[in-house]
Ligand binder design. Structure first.
Ligand code: PA5
Length: 461
């Protein structure tokens, strides 16, 4: 069996980066809080309130997602209608595990349906997408855990109307719904419309739902090896069962970032994979870390600011700031031991020093050298980083990585004294939006908005 993913904290230690770094004593001082966080996670699991760590072992749910996903893979296109936790996880899996240009490949060279994630309710994107696709061979997966998200409903209402222009049968057969097993408007409408459905288990929070049908259905439709993904996630869930801070990679990851945030004032956490396929995984992590931890804590607002970067691209953008800007950041690198494909640079231009030394090296060697060099250069300036090393970018490693980051987030919540599973701030914005759009029942929200101080023309140029 190939190696599991590894967390390397060397360049975050005081031995390597001086006073900005963490010592064993810093972690040891956190042990009582870590034990309490572990207890709260275990109690939540036992009470059936926190279920994301058990998903890899739910073979019935996985089979249902694989079976419907398999059917959808026969379509040319699958459009995922969802946003936030109902889109980012599937998008991350698609980018990491399918061919980088999957949607451009002819049918016989790709593993399943082409996948599209419009996410946003930007009219230019969504109408252009519908114009570009042949709707006769396009299926839509409406994914919303609550069943009530405005962006998803707006897209679904348009998609259903377009399909019904083809036929009533198309509007019935080409839409599937993933939502709460009992509650919510989508559940009701799906039953009335005769859409096939899959459930999102209620004790799995939206941004922790990638291993439910929310992520597995699109993954299976694109031909991703869902079994290997869940096997990897299961291995990591078992590794992360340990109550010992120094044995549990997710706990250690969360503890290091928590300590940097709260005791070293390194509040910006830059998540920087050195692999294009992990760009969307970085987006997924940013949402997980920000929406779970950025809240009112017991003594005031808390929460780190996650930022997405991609190496080596952002060495030519953000790196200058990381290297010499304010000392308020810590980098989390993600590296691959082995790429899926490698490419050798041919020897040539031997009289041009800028080019000649590259001849005979592979692209992977170049990217790895850049990651190691960047981490070392930061360390030489007393700037810490952590590295997650994946043996390769396959379904098993992705399962491990996502489970590690989810457990880390669930563990960090109690360290910060916040509930990592809710998002009261997001709800407040949704209330105002419903008020503005005249939704019945939201008159008070509208009145509150109208009662705000009127904007002054002095501040508009
Ligand atoms: O993590 C979360 O709970 C949110 O980001 C939700 O996923 C997002 O708001 C979409 O919600 P829903 O799945 O209910 O449409």
């Amino acid at each position: 069996m190939p190696d599991p993913i590894a967390l390397d904290l060397n360049l975050s230690t005081a031995a390597q980066v001086g006073s900005a770094g963490l010592s064993r004593q810093d972690f040891e001082a956190l042990i009582p809080a870590a034990r309490a966080a572990h207890r709260s996670l275990c109690e939540g699991r036992k009470a059936g309130k926190i279920a994301f760590m058990d998903l890899p072992f739910d073979s019935r749910a996985a089979e249902a997602a694989q079976s419907l996903g398999g059917e959808l893979s026969a379509f040319e296109n699958l459009v995922v209608l969802g946003i936030g936790g109902s889109s980012l996880g599937a998008k991350a899996l698609f980018s990491a595990l399918c061919h980088p240009f999957h949607n451009l490949l002819p049918r016989e060279r790709r593993s399943g349906a082409r996948l599209f994630f419009p996410d946003n309710s930007d009219p230019s994107t969504f109408s252009a997408l519908l114009d570009a696709l042949d709707l006769r061979t396009t299926a839509f997966a409406a994914i919303t855990k609550s069943g009530g998200t405005a962006e998803t409903w707006a897209q679904l209402m348009v998609a259903r109307e377009r399909l019904s222009r083809l036929s009533a049968e198309a509007a019935r057969r080409q839409i599937v719904a993933v939502t709460d097993p009992e509650k919510g408007a989508l559940r009701k409408v799906a039953a009335a419309e005769g859409w096939r459905t899959l459930p999102v288990p209620p004790p799995v929070g939206g941004r922790f739902s990638v291993l439910t049908a929310v992520g597995l259905l699109p993954a299976a439709a694109a031909g991703i090896d869902v079994g290997a993904l869940l096997a990897g996630a299961g291995e990591m869930a078992r590794r992360c069962d340990s109550s010992e801070l120094f044995e549990n990679p997710a706990y250690l990851f969360a503890a290091a970032l928590y300590l940097f945030d709260t005791s070293r004032m390194r509040r910006t956490h830059v998540f920087m994979p050195y692999a294009d396929g992990l760009r969307e995984t970085a987006d997924w992590f940013v949402q997980l870390w920000a929406e779970s931890l950025g809240k009112q804590g017991p003594a005031g607002p808390v929460g780190p600011t996650p930022v997405r970067a991609v190496g080596a691209t952002d060495q030519h953008s953000l790196l200058q700031l990381l290297m010499e800007g304010p000392e308020d950041k810590v980098a989390v690198f993600v590296s691959l031991d082995r790429p899926r494909e490698d490419l050798e640079v041919p020897k040539g231009w031997t009289s041009e020093p800028d080019a000649a030394y590259l001849g005979g090296h592979t692209f992977h060697e170049l990217l790895s050298a850049e990651q190691r060099a960047t981490a070392a250069a930061l360390a030489a300036k007393g700037r810490p980083s952590l590295t997650l090393r994946l043996p390769c970018l396959d379904a098993r490693s992705m399962g491990q990585l996502m489970m590690l980051l989810e457990v880390a987030t669930a563990f960090a919540g109690p360290l910060y004294g916040v509930n990592p599973y809710d998002q009261p701030g997001v709800e407040a914005g949704k209330r105002y939006a419903c008020g503005l759009l005249g939704r019945p029942g939201y008159e008070r929200a509208r009145a509150e908005l109208e009662g705000r101080p009127p904007p002054s023309r002095d501040w508009v140029l």
